[in-house]
Every structure is written in C-alpha cells, then in structure tokens.
Design a protein around this ligand. Structure first.
Ligand code: COA
Length: 165
C-alpha cells in the first residue's frame, strides 16, 4: 500500500504579538492538517514591537499543547520557497473582514503564480475575533487597556513589560 503523504500547512504571519485570533486559526488548522508550521515572518514594511526571539518564546509556550503544531521563523526569502523547504502543500491564512480580502487575494494569486503546487487555504475567523489585529492590541495595551478576550495573559504581560521599557 502506498505511504500516505503528510499534509503540511504553513501558517505565516508577523505575530507581533500573537492574538486570540491567531490562536483560533492555529487550533482549527491543526484539526485539518497533519502538521501546521507556525512561521514568524519578517514583513519588511512593518516596524515590530517584539523581537523575533520574544515572539518565538511566547508562541512556544502558547502552542505547547498542540502535538502537530511546529514553530519556526524565516526571513530574506519568499514564503513559497520557505513552504517548499518545509514540504508544505498549503499556506493557511485567516480572513477577518472584507478589508482582508483584497490584500489576501493578491498575495494568494502571487504565491500561486510562483508555486502552483501550493494552495492557499483561507479560514474565516470566528465571530467575536474578527475585529482583532496586532496593532489594535498594541494600541489598547499601550494606553493601559485590558487584554482580556484579545490576547492570552502571557502576551498581555510581555507587551506591558515592553511598553514600560
Ligand atoms: N486574528 C487576529 N489578527 C489577525 C488574524 C487573525 N486571525 N489574521 C491576521 N491578523 C492580523 C495581524 O495581527 C496583522 O495585524 P497588524 O497589521 O496590525 O500587525 C494583520 O492581520 C496581517 O498580518 P499578518 O497575518 O501577520 O501578515 P503580514 O501582512 O504581516 O505578513 C506575510 C504577511 C508574512 C505572510 C507576507 O508578508 C509574506 O509572505 N512575507 C514573506 C515574503 C514574501 O513571500 N512576499 C511575497 C508575498 S506574495
């Protein structure tokens, strides 16, 4: 009998910081794929608050309970090249609102052109999380607001510490 190929998806993002919305997509993605690689990527147009190491350390704790979720980071390469290296057949992305659509559609088409064998799979963000973004979280926490229902307590603590500095 032919050996079953593992279905691997890469879930890329800046995760600066990771939010409840990201974790929701990861949890659900882990049920669809044999393995999900959460890949912290460097988006050159963004000025991050957390270092890559801080994001890796935080996500490591948050993702510990998922046996089929791996954590990694990449920079100075295309997402599709990274996905090929990981032997992934899918790129997992969350869709929050119609505003996401155009940007995601453009990225998915560009990635498809670069690597036709890799499919972009979109997952609708659960209701109650669709307004969330890392920037919104940073703004709320920087002004002393609560991170409840936005980010896990660990993320709230780290972001608060960062702003204190
Ligand atoms: N819940 C909450 N927030 C979410 C979310 C969810 N489910 N999904 C996305 N977001 C938010 C993020 O918090 C982020 O918010 P911010 O802009 O306030 O930081 C925003 O949506 C989108 O960010 P993210 O999903 O992290 O992607 P990105 O736009 O920062 O980066 C990459 C996208 C990394 C995938 C892309 O830049 C890339 O592929 N880079 C590698 C180079 C490459 O291949 N480029 C060509 C691409 S065609």
């Amino acid at each position: 009998m032919a050996k079953k190929t593992k279905k691997i998806a890469v879930y890329p993002g800046s995760f600066d910081p990771p939010t409840d919305g990201h974790l929701n997509i990861i949890e659900r993605g882990a049920k669809l794929f044999d393995e999900v690689v959460v890949a912290i990527a460097v988006n050159s147009s963004k000025k991050p608050l957390l270092t890559i190491q801080e994001r890796l350390d935080t996500l490591k704790v948050l993702l510990k309970k998922h046996r089929n979720v791996r954590l990694d980071f990449f920079e100075n390469k295309l997402l599709v090249h990274y996905a090929r290296e990981k032997k992934a057949t899918a790129i997992l992305r969350g869709l929050r609102t119609v505003q996401d659509y155009e940007y995601e559609f453009q990225m998915a088409l560009a990635n498809k052109q670069l690597a036709p064998e890799i499919e972009t799979v979109f997952m609708m963000t659960d209701s109650g999380l669709s307004h969330l973004s890392s920037s919104l979280v940073k703004e709320i926490l920087s002004l002393g607001g609560s991170g409840k229902n936005l980010v896990p307590p660990l993320v709230e603590k780290i972001v608060h510490q960062k702003f204190k500095k």
